[in-house]
Design a protein around this ligand. Structure first.
Ligand code: ADQ
Length: 479
């Protein structure tokens, strides 16, 4: 079997005790790496200021090598904060209004991709399979090809690919689209993303479509297909079951004092629809006064990207909004919204999901949304809670038995909350069983196998689960 090379912006490096930071994606990729032997390359998260970047920092864990590079201040500003976070992220989430185009940032993005290619080059062997992740690294294959690399190279986009009218509004769209076609396999979360990509090619007159998933640009043919990402379903379900025995779980139950728990878990990001969700919750409480004092919304939102001004503003807006609702509707012994700005360990999160009667997963746009899948996996089969899910999350393409809503429709979402809380147990069980079947069939290990099967041209499915790194899901976190 060929070696596997994973390249992503950030890398979940195990610490000195061999413990990697947590999450299904990292575990699946680590187990694929452990089965084949290989290398994971990415940014260290550190800047070397204005100095020249020093040698790679390498950490060995069994037959996996983690290779980390620093970047200069200018690189971090232009490539990461600039083009990736202030242009590609908003554009791919349909927020043309938030995109800040600057020639300098665009040039910096391509420059840093060239730099990653030059760091990888000396470590490559002839038959290595290369798997590149996410929007930070779209031009990487093109840069590697320019430097003479002939290996099979795959790319997976974790976020949505926007409709042509949105994508084509980005000044550098043509170059970016062209560089994407240098890959051998391009993975999207949904059919919808792949079709948006295909329409962008057609609108630009770039190459031709040979079949549903086959495309040709110049002499190069490649595959572009949906590979919806999953979670470590059975492991996460086990974690949630065990969490019910913990002290935190018992304390939480006590503090709820019989009230139904409603949960929202998201990184603080404008794509997640948190303010619209709180508006909908307030509308629900006002329209269903009998629910007041009987429900509590726990919104868990760790800060992210606080260097981007929109995120800082959003943090203030959400805190003020929760405070306003609590002030207007709360009583001395009932707080409608508990707003928590921190990250939780996975066992604690799994336990809270299991306790919640309803999960509000209402992004305005999301590549997949793993919180939706984790919530379903964490439920107790006899008395499962209800997943209220945005139609604009990739997960809605698979979890059709969720209560699907349009998050922009605040009143519709409020009514869906009322229906979900009143849903009879038989209906909840039926919906849950069907969603759980989907999650079991397409877990993150199957996702990894399918993508790598396509990339390596092999139909045999290696059992990556058997090669799970020590400690499994308790020890790792998303890339
Ligand atoms: P994200 O935008 O980060 O990922 P998501 O898919 O929801 O979104 O994954 C978030 C992960 O972080 C989940 O595993 C969740 O449990 C964890 N998390 C969130 N809040 C947490 C908290 N307070 N404490 C601890 N853990 C927390 C991007 C894309 C998504 C796509 C994923 C994977 O934007 O659309 O689903 O990649 O491809």
């Amino acid at each position: 079997m060929s070696r596997l090379i994973v390249v992503s912006n950030r890398v979940p490096v195990p610490d000195k005790r061999g413990t990697a930071p947590a999450g299904g994606l990292a575990v699946a990729l680590q187990s694929a790496l452990a089965a084949r032997g290989g290398l994971w390359l990415g940014w260290s998260g550190q800047s070397c200021g204005e100095e020249d970047v020093g040698p790679l920092r390498s950490v060995k864990d069994g037959n996996i090598e983690y290779a980390l590079t620093d970047l200069t201040d200018l690189d971090v500003e232009e490539y990461y904060h600039g083009f990736a976070n202030r242009v590609l992220w908003p554009i791919c989430h349909y927020r043309l209004d938030l995109a800040e185009y600057g020639r300098r940032e665009m040039a910096g993005y391509f420059r840093v991709n060239r730099f990653f290619a030059s760091r990888l080059l000396p470590m490559l062997q002839e038959d290595d399979l290369i798997w590149v992740h996410d929007y930070h690294l779209i031009p990487l294959a093109d840069e590697l090809r320019r430097q003479g690399v002939k290996n099979r190279i795959g790319f997976f986009l974790h976020i949505p690919w926007p409709a042509p009218d949105v994508f084509l509004a980005m000044p550098v769209h043509e170059e970016l689209l062209k560089t994407l076609t240098a890959y051998d396999v391009i993975g999207f979360q949904t059919v919808h993303d792949r079709e948006n990509f295909a329409e962008c090619l057609a609108r630009q007159g770039l190459g031709k479509r040979l079949g549903e998933s086959k495309f040709m640009v110049g002499e190069h043919t490649f595959t572009a297909r949906p590979y919806p990402i999953g979670i470590e379903t059975d492991e996460f379900a086990g974690l949630a079951k065990r969490a019910a025995e913990t002290t935190l779980h018992k304390r939480m139950l006590q503090s709820l004092d019989g009230k139904a728990l409603i949960i929202g878990v998201d990184r603080l990001d404008y794509s997640k629809g948190i303010t619209q969700r709180i508006d909908a919750f307030e509308t629900f409480l006002n329209r269903h006064p009998e629910s007041q004092r009987n429900v509590t919304l726990l919104q868990i939102t760790p800060k992210s990207r606080s260097e981007v001004p929109e995120y800082e503003a959003m943090q203030r807006t959400v805190a003020e909004q929760a405070g306003r609702v609590n002030g207007a509707l709360g009583t001395v012994d009932w707080v409608p919204i508990r707003y928590v700005n921190r990250s939780l360990r996975r066992p604690a999160l799994a336990g809270l999901y299991r306790m919640a009667k309803l999960a509000l997963v209402t992004p305005l746009r999301d590549g997949m949304n793993l919180v939706a899948k984790e919530y379903v996996a964490a439920q107790c089969e006899d008395d499962p809670g209800v997943l209220l899910l945005s139609r604009f999350a990739g997960a809605a393409q698979e979890l059709k038995e969720a209560v699907l809503v349009n998050p922009y429709d605040v009143e519709g979402t409020a009514e869906a909350m009322a229906r979900s809380l009143a849903m009879p147990v038989d209906e909840r069980r039926e919906r849950w069983r069907s969603m759980m079947k989907t999650l079991r069939e397409n877990d993150v290990f199957a996702w990894c196998d399918t993508f790598l099967g396509e990339l390596s041209g092999s139909t045999a499915r290696p059992a990556y689960r058997a090669a799970l790194p020590q400690g499994g899901i308790l020890r790792s976190k998303a890339v």
